[in-house]
Design a protein around this ligand. Structure first.
Ligand SMILES: Cc1cc2nc3c(=O)[nH]c(=O)nc-3n(C[C@H](O)[C@H](O)[C@H](O)COP(=O)(O)O)c2cc1C
Length: 321
């Protein structure tokens, strides 16, 4: 496949694995890159410069293909500079930025020969990222898993809106999990896709507890909820008694202080690492309705490309005069 995204990133297929807090480590990133996409590791959950350096080097032992490091700015509480310096020193091929003003990161990286991707949830953010010199924007619709924009715009509308608003290439994100979604994204004018939730239910996402993976496989599209909306930081997670409990407390007017333990990274890990449903939660998007298996990343990408090609032939037949 050839789009500006494959050219800029030097990859075979325009499929990017999103930053996945606590789950995106070397094994998953390398598997995605080896399968022709862009895998990523997540700096926020590696925490220390030493650990990040170690993980970057580990990716390099597992693949010689390009990969990225994700910086979710807000999660670092502003203390991402040292981690960023490590990513620069290690000459990582790509950096993705989300959850805050990307300007300081983009400015620091300028001239370093590192490709930049900025995750946005709206037109204005996309235009700002372009002005600041981002190479690619990823537009995430409200179907997506994890943190979302506050305006609830779905991928179907957001993608062409962003495509029409910037001249740099756009990746569609949120709700994409198979070859039909890939084809649809391209049809909307995107030059590729970013996927988060779909990559959790793969063999190489080795840090995710089997209960979490099975919950993603068993669930349908109605089994997610948005938590933290009242805190101005909405995020989509698996529906459970635990997440319902968070929402109930939000409705009762709970503050960040009241909620901080049950929405913490610790609560997240209680479920996604240890499978403790009563003590934590797992992020997931509506695309869980389309996820029915736990393949290897290579199998997943092969299947997606085959489905997209079949879909294209079907569309060709529809338009044949
Ligand atoms: C478990 C989970 C953790 C996430 N953590 C991050 C993160 O640390 N950084 C980031 O940029 N995006 C994060 N995201 C968002 C994804 O990168 C991606 O944009 C989103 O999952 C796309 O929607 P989808 O889940 O429908 O594919 C996370 C998503 C999930 C499901």
């Amino acid at each position: 496949m050839k789009t500006r995204v494959t050219e800029i990133l030097g990859i075979q297929y325009p499929i990017v694995q999103g930053g996945l807090a606590y789950l995106a480590y070397a094994e998953l990133a390398a598997a995605v890159s080896n399968a022709g996409g862009l895998g990523q590791i997540t700096a926020a959950t590696l925490r220390t410069p030493e650990k990040l350096r170690e993980e970057i080097r580990k990716v390099r032992t597992l693949t010689n293909k390009p990969f990225g490091v994700n910086f979710a700015i807000a999660r670092h509480d502003g203390n991402y500079q040292e981690l960023l310096e490590v990513a620069i020193e290690e000459r990582v091929p790509a950096i993705s930025i989300t959850g805050g003003n990307p300007q300081p990161v983009l400015e620091r990286i300028k001239g370093e020969n590192i490709r930049t991707l900025v995750l946005v949830a709206g037109v204005r953010q996309a235009q700002k990222a372009e002005q600041l010199g981002a190479d690619i924007v990823m537009a995430v619709g409200q179907e997506g898993g994890g943190h979302l924009g506050r305006e609830d715009i779905g991928t179907m509308v957001l993608t062409p809106r962003v495509v029409d608003s910037v001249s740099i290439p756009v990746l569609a994100s949120g709700g994409i999990g198979d070859g039909r979604g890939l084809l649809a994204a391209l049809a909307l004018g995107a030059e590729g896709i970013e996927m988060g939730t779909r990559f959790i239910a793969t063999q190489e996402c080795i840090h995710a507890n089997e209960k979490y993976k099975q919950a993603i496989v068993n669930a349908n599209e109605t089994n997610t909820v948005v938590i933290k909306r009242t805190l101005g930081a909405p995020g989509r997670a698996l529906k459970s008694e635990f997440t319902q409990g968070i929402i109930d407390r939000e409705k009762q007017g709970a503050t960040y202080e009241d909620l901080k333990e049950i929405i913490s990274g610790k609560a997240n890990c209680n479920y996604i690492y240890d499978g403790k449903e009563a003590e934590g939660f797992g992020w997931a998007g509506q695309v869980i309705g389309l996820i029915n298996n736990i393949p290897t990343v290579q199998e997943l990408i092969d299947e997606m490309l085959q489905t997209a090609e079949n879909g294209l032939s079907r569309l060709g037949a529809i338009f044949e005069k």
